[in-house]
Write a protein that binds this ligand. Structure first.
Ligand SMILES: *[C@@H]1O[C@H](CO)[C@@H](O)[C@H](O)[C@H]1NC(C)=O
Ligand SMILES: *[C@@H]1O[C@H](CO)[C@@H](O)[C@H](O)[C@H]1NC(C)=O
Ligand SMILES: *[C@@H]1O[C@H](CO)[C@@H](O)[C@H](O)[C@H]1NC(C)=O
Ligand SMILES: *[C@@H]1O[C@H](CO)[C@@H](O)[C@H](O)[C@H]1NC(C)=O
Ligand SMILES: *[C@@H]1O[C@H](CO)[C@@H](O)[C@H](O)[C@H]1NC(C)=O
Ligand SMILES: *[C@@H]1O[C@H](CO)[C@@H](O)[C@H](O)[C@H]1NC(C)=O
Ligand SMILES: *[C@@H]1O[C@H](CO)[C@@H](O)[C@H](O)[C@H]1NC(C)=O
Ligand SMILES: CC(=O)N[C@H]1CO[C@H](CO)[C@@H](O)[C@@H]1O
Length: 647
């Protein structure tokens, strides 16, 4: 069920309507103009209006998305304009105008003039002559709820882009005045935008219309990641995701980076009407229910935020999908609960994590956090598809990743390890780095993984790595920002000394874990169980020592050692930079990604790693931090998460 709510405020002659929409088939805005007279039921005007609207959505000749039709004589003449977004196909345009026609006549059953807008089309009619006129009222605006971080940098890019698109759209000719494009903005963001005018106005009118509309950005969406202003004669919209389609035949001209997902955003649309003649709307309260056909019975659409569709499954569905959480379906067991493989009735395979611990959050907070974590989408992250919340059960539903965890490949199965040739390992290292970079810097909020380890790296059928179990700190009420925590959650051997010692974590503690992982991948040895010629030694210690003595190639996995390459040595070097004792000395993930992808970037000399052991005769691990927390004091395994193990 999708609901549409309109709230209404009156202030002088401005009318603000707030519309919260959750679907693209919904009405974004509408206005019944009371000042232009009413028609009565069964009047000629009504009949003309009906004929006119029908002639628009049944028309199969027009393919430019613009209709300027009129019907009737004298005072019963009705004029209508319909405009579809420039990227919409004629068929989709007809569906949209059809829907708008039905909706507007039921929303405004007697007014001779009205306007309605959906995501992909606008429809208006009047007893006035409305063709070939630039009209800038009433206007409507909406904005994305998310804000940008660098307002002035974003503003600069957006201004440049919209100016350019306004000129392009205006120059479009009498068939279509539409332009779309994208431009990079600070923080790796890309602004996607469209601008459009009704093609019946002149080039200069179109330019002025868009100029006048863009000048209202401060009123609408200066700091937002997305916004739109819609005039009767022109409109524009910008977002940080591509919400429009690119024509297939245009693919060579627009750059390939024109991509990413699209569509429905939960938006607040504020509608402002400044019709000069006095408009008073006394009250509108609409509740439109649209029945959304559910693809599968058990799949309930919970929310549509950004590009995220989240499943909320009921417990019985999950029980059936996992064969009552049978042992045969159990993939692994971790600190937060067991993981099961499941199959929905539509055939989709899922991995279900049944949380065993109390998260300490109420249902609503838990849901909100799930939504946030589900928004984290990257090819190197395991996708969170949904959840189940019923009685005391809390389940997280993940995409099922067909291969095993990296853990199995490098530590458990010698045969598999020998099959992991270098290019694969290098690809895995880079994939993990990118996934982690996304968590640290590119997603909307900074996420520190806190438990990065081989067991949390899943490999898909093409051996691409996918990081799992990120965002657990959000779901378990651990302070997620840079800070100190009394509760150390992580896996020993991967935890940075400042985290083990003082519970202090930051993105740099993830960098430390990443460094350990890189060294493990190159050497094929587990950090806390490293064996070198019968002497148990600490991997980091041995790696640093070897590197220091210029003999780094001796730590390379024996299955690769025959052909040590510069890439392998460079990875050891990068790994050592990441595990340095002082967090400030460690590179950021952005720097790591550059080091990994650009072999010419010089690397600094690593200082000795944390957990440096002076004597290899003493196999205990002694953090060099003075605060001296012996490893035995830590009950860290409590929170060590999923080890995906084959059935
Ligand atoms: C048209 O009808 C509406 C109510 O449906 C009323 O508020 C408005 O005053 C009417 N307009 C005219 C010009 O009679
Ligand atoms: C309009 O016509 C319909 C069907 O012809 C009829 O049921 C209805 O009573 C009429 N309404 C008025 C106000 O005449
Ligand atoms: C318009 O929509 C209605 C209901 O959604 C549908 O029954 C009708 O066939 C549509 N008309 C056209 C021409 O698509
Ligand atoms: C975005 O910025 C506006 C204006 O500064 C503020 O009112 C709003 O709360 C911010 N929204 C978010 C999600 O931070
Ligand atoms: C945005 O850019 C415009 C034009 O460059 C400028 O006039 C305006 O002050 C800027 N606003 C902000 C918030 O930087
Ligand atoms: C409809 O719009 C076209 C431009 O697309 C214009 O040439 C034509 O004159 C308009 N028709 C009317 C009736 O104004
Ligand atoms: C936009 O149009 C309105 C109404 O026509 C006018 O009051 C306003 O000054 C215009 N804004 C700009 C920037 O031209
Ligand atoms: C950044 C960039 O070049 N974006 C392009 C996206 O696609 C539009 C449509 O062709 C181009 O005009 C933009 O230049």
């Amino acid at each position: 069920m999708i609901s549409l709510r309109l709230l209404l405020f009156l202030s002088t002659n401005l009318v603000y309507l707030i519309v919260i929409t959750t679907s693209q088939t919904e009405v974004w805005y509408q206005l019944c103009v009371d000042s232009n007279g009413n028609y009565t039921a069964n009047s000629t005007y009504q009949a003309n209006l009906h004929t006119l609207l029908t002639s628009i959505y049944t028309n199969t000749e027009i393919d430019n998305g613009f209709y300027n039709f009129s019907y009737g004589e004298n005072s019963d003449q009705v004029n209508a304009i319909a405009l579809c977004r420039g990227d919409i196909t004629p068929d989709a345009c007809r569906v949209c105008t059809n829907y708008s026609s039905q909706a507007i006549t039921s929303i405004c059953p007697t007014q001779k003039e009205a306007i309605i807008g959906l995501e992909k089309c606008m429809l208006r009619y009047s007893n006035r002559y409305i063709f070939n006129l630039m009209e800038d009222a009433p206007y409507f605006f909406g904005y994305n709820l998310n804000n940008v971080s660098d307002v002035s940098g974003f503003n600069e890019s957006r201004t440049t882009l919209l100016d350019q698109l306004s000129y392009q759209a205006a120059a479009g000719g009498s068939s279509q005045k539409y332009a779309y494009g994208q431009l990079g903005a600070p923080n790796y963001e890309i602004i996607y935008a469209i601008a459009q005018c009704t093609p019946d106005i002149t080039e200069s009118e179109c330019r002025y219309c868009l100029y006048n509309a863009t000048a209202r950005i401060p009123q609408c969406c200066e700091e937002s990641q997305g916004g739109r202003i819609l005039y009767p004669s022109c409109n524009f919209r910008f977002e940080t995701n591509r919400f429009y389609d690119i024509p297939i035949d245009a693919s060579p001209s627009p750059p390939p980076t024109n991509s990413t997902g699209n569509n429905t955003i939960r938006t607040v649309i504020i509608v402002v009407s400044v019709i000069t003649t006095v408009i008073i709307i006394i009250g509108i309260c609409i509740f439109i229910r649209l029945r959304v056909r559910k693809p599968y019975k058990e799949v309930e659409k919970l929310e549509d935020i950004g590009q995220v569709k989240l499943l909320q499954l009921d417990f019985d569905t999950v029980r059936v999908a996992t064969d009552d959480f049978s042992d045969a379906n159990k993939l692994g067991e971790g600190g937060f609960g067991a993981v099961y493989k499941g199959k929905l009735s539509n055939g989709q395979e899922i991995a279900v994590k049944r949380l065993s611990q109390k998260s300490g959050q109420g249902d609503l907070e838990f849901k909100n956090e799930v939504v946030l974590v589900a928004k984290l989408q990257h090819r190197n992250l395991v996708r969170l598809l949904g959840f189940c919340l019923e009685r005391t059960e809390r389940l997280l539903i993940y995409e099922f990743v067909p291969n095993l965890s990296l853990n199995i490949f490098i530590f458990v199965d010698n045969l598999k390890r020998s099959l992991l040739y270098w290019e694969m390992r290098y690809n895995i290292i880079r994939g993990i780095a990118r996934g982690l970079l996304y968590l640290h810097e590119d997603s909307r909020f900074r996420v520190i993984h806190r438990d990065l380890k081989a067991g949390n790296i899943l490999l898909d059928a093409e051996m691409n790595p996918k990081i799992s179990d990120f965002g657990m700190a959000r779901l378990f009420l651990m302070d997620q920002t840079h800070g100190d925590t009394r509760r150390v959650a992580g896996t020993f051997g991967y935890m940075a000394p400042e985290y083990v010692g003082r519970g202090h974590f930051s993105v740099k503690s993830d960098v430390f874990s990443f460094g350990v992982l890189v060294l493990e991948i190159v050497t094929g040895q587990k950090n806390n169980n490293f064996r070198n010629e019968e002497i148990e030694e600490h991997l980091l210690t041995f790696a640093w020592q070897s590197w220091h003595e210029g003999r780094a190639s001796r730590i390379i996995d024996p299955t690769l050692r025959a052909n040590p390459s510069d890439e392998m040595l460079r990875c050891i070097h990068i790994g050592l930079l990441c595990v340095q004792e002082n967090a400030d000395d460690r590179p950021t993930m952005a720097e790591v990604v550059v080091m990994l992808t650009t072999p010419t970037v010089p690397l600094s000399v690593p200082s000795q790693p944390a957990f440096w052991m002076k004597s290899s005769a003493n196999p205990g691990i002694t953090p060099s931090d003075q605060s001296n927390p012996g490893s035995s004091q830590l009950s860290v395994d409590e929170a060590s998460i999923t080890e995906l193990v084959p059935r």
